[in-house]
Design a protein around this ligand. Structure first.
Ligand code: AAO
Length: 512
């Protein structure tokens, strides 16, 4: 009986690690700052047809509106009420998006801010995305409602009331992060209000959450909130499905709090992944691609089933959050395509692709003074919609990395090889490597400063395959390089270090 209960509990908690993606889909995309109406259209016209499993949306809750700096992207990380109206749109637009994405098999995962409300200098009034009154000065948010008794001020032991030292777990969890008013999640009232918010979204049809700032909340408090969550809406998910949980914990080692404290509650962001992969592809600190033969747990990452992995996110692509200078974003497009493709080809972790907007960078002493700039906007501060160009790229400052041919095709590659083992590794002891996924796919990288010219065992059935990096299969023809795999599974690869994209990928569905 005891064993049964243990097994049942274990199963229940691990359920929150399951993304509940449909039709064997394996990757989600972070559509950073997009409007709900644009996401709905993107699900129908692009994400569904190309096998994306889901979208991570920006926080949907009502937020502060700031004039200085002008409408920064990060105002959305400062909730002032739990009304579901934000810079991305109204509650009815949110509902419409969830319906339409679910109807084409694309899940919605909501970024959610429950650690804090707005910053202490947020003032008082109705300068909020829907005009709801709040007072940061008095810690009064009547629309939730929260009052000064719902915040952690009495618990915080630092002189400033701020987190002063990440080496002290108590201050990291009980004091203010960059002045954000820190909610007392130990109080039942706060637990109920946050669980109600998440449950409202679950009932509307979301499949899970990216929970902001989990490092700054006690795992015991989170456990209570997550335990109160409803099962997913049976209109779209099998009955008994638990919401997927991704906890944002920046753990690059060396602090008092580690991601290990959170892995039993759901998946955790593995920040070491993008930081290391960036160092490797940039060839910094003597790192080489050939060292990634044991990529994954072998590199000290958390266990496979606990990890959410990504090359960059909305913070570290602009110098916020963790990872440092090695992070490879769309600004380094050639390296970005390689690093994202490596991630998507490799079996470790549940994968998230970034989709960004461009901004005018202005570096002073190595620091970008414009790291605050918000999404492409009209002069009244409202976010622009995402226009699609004839060549399928996006306009008006939206980067849409997820639409780049190489990345889109590698999202499909990952679905095609799903469940297959990492196999047929080859390297030149430098920066040329290749590996397969059973007999379903094979990828070859040349990140050296010289050509690659080699015959390799791919593990694939004989035939002619279309390289999905230089082009793709269109009907029965191929717009890119063709790779001949012999009856023995061997194939010859030539990749110039000066190729636009110095890597090649083939899979079962790219066979001609
Ligand atoms: C804004 C202003 C503030 C103002 C505040 C309130 O910038 O000046 O005081 O409003 O008025 C975002 C923005 C913030 C913004 C905030 C609210 O990034 O600039 O503040 O919205 O509008 C920590 C947290 C992590 C957090 C990250 C940014 O642990 O949870 O900071 N990420 C999330 C979101 C993020 C959002 C918030 C949280 C807040 O993704 O978008 O902020 O909701 C170390 C620690 C990390 C810590 C970093 C950053 O990392 O380990 O835990 O992240 O420091 O301070 C190397 C190290 C690495 C280190 C890193 C940075 O890489 O190895 O460990 O350097 O030093």
């Amino acid at each position: 009986m005891k064993l049964f209960i243990l097994v049942a509990l274990f199963g229940l908690s691990l359920a929150q690690h399951n993304p509940n993606t449909k039709h064997g889909r394996t990757t989600i995309v972070q559509l950073f700052g997009w409007r709900w109406a644009d996401i709905a259209a993107e699900c129908e016209r692009f994400l569904g047809p190309n096998g994306f499993g889901g979208v991570q949306i920006s926080p949907p809750t009502e937020h502060i509106v700031l004039d200085s700096p002008w409408r920064p992207w990060w105002q959305r990380y400062q909730p002032v009420s739990y009304n579901l109206c934000s810079r991305s749109g109204s509650e009815s637009e949110l509902r419409d998006m969830i319906n339409r994405c679910n109807n084409v098999g694309v899940n919605i995962y909501s970024d959610i801010v429950i650690n804090h409300m707005c910053g202490s200098s947020g003032g008082e009034g109705t300068h909020s995305s829907c005009g709801t009154w709040f007072s940061a000065t008095k810690e009064n948010f009547p629309s939730v409602p929260y009052s000064q008794y719902d915040f952690n001020d009495h618990k915080c032991k630092t002189g400033s009331g701020e987190i002063e030292n990440y080496g002290d777990a108590n201050q990291v969890r009980d004091c203010r992060l960059v002045s954000l008013l820190d909610l007392a999640l130990e109080k039942d009232h706060v637990r109920s209000k946050t669980a109600d918010l998440l449950n409202k979204l679950i009932d509307m049809g979301v499949a899970g959450f990216r929970v902001d700032t989990c490092k700054h909340m006690w795992p015991g408090d989170l456990s209570v909130v997550f335990g109160r969550l409803h099962n997913l809406n049976t209109k779209w998910f099998p009955s008994g499905s638990r919401p997927f949980i991704v906890q944002e914990v920046i753990d690059l080692g060396g602090e008092s709090i580690s991601s290990r404290e959170y892995v039993h509650l759901g998946r955790v962001t593995e920040f070491k992944y993008g930081a290391k992969l960036g160092t490797i592809f940039r060839k910094w600190n003597g790192e080489k691609l050939s060292y990634t033969k044991n990529w994954g747990e072998g590199w000290g990452f958390m266990s496979n089933g606990n990890a959410l992995v990504f090359v960059d996110n909305h913070d570290n692509q602009r110098g916020h959050g963790g990872g440092g200078a090695s992070i490879i974003s769309f600004w380094d497009a050639r390296l970005h395509k390689m690093a994202v493709s490596y991630m998507l080809a490799h079996p470790y972790g549940f994968t998230r692709v970034m989709s960004s907007f461009r901004w005018d960078r202005h570096f002073v002493n190595g620091r970008d003074q414009n790291d605050w700039i918000g999404p492409p906007s009209h002069s009244d501060g409202s976010t622009k919609s995402v226009p699609i160009n004839a060549d399928q790229t996006c306009g008006d400052g939206w980067v849409c990395e997820h639409r780049w041919r190489q990345i889109k095709n590698m999202v499909i590659f990952r679905n095609v090889v799903n469940g297959q083992p990492h196999s047929n590794w080859w390297d030149n002891q430098s920066n040329q490597v290749a590996f397969g996924r059973g007999n379903r796919g094979f990828i070859v990288f040349n990140n050296d400063d010289w050509n690659l010219d080699v015959t390799l065992n791919t593990g694939m059935p004989g035939g002619t395959y279309c390289d999905v990096i230089s082009g793709e299969k269109k009907g029965s023809s191929c717009t890119g390089k063709q790779i001949q795999v012999g009856g023995d599974g061997r194939a010859h690869f030539k990749i110039s270090n000066r190729d636009e994209d110095p890597f090649v990928a083939i899979h079962a569905d790219s066979k001609l």
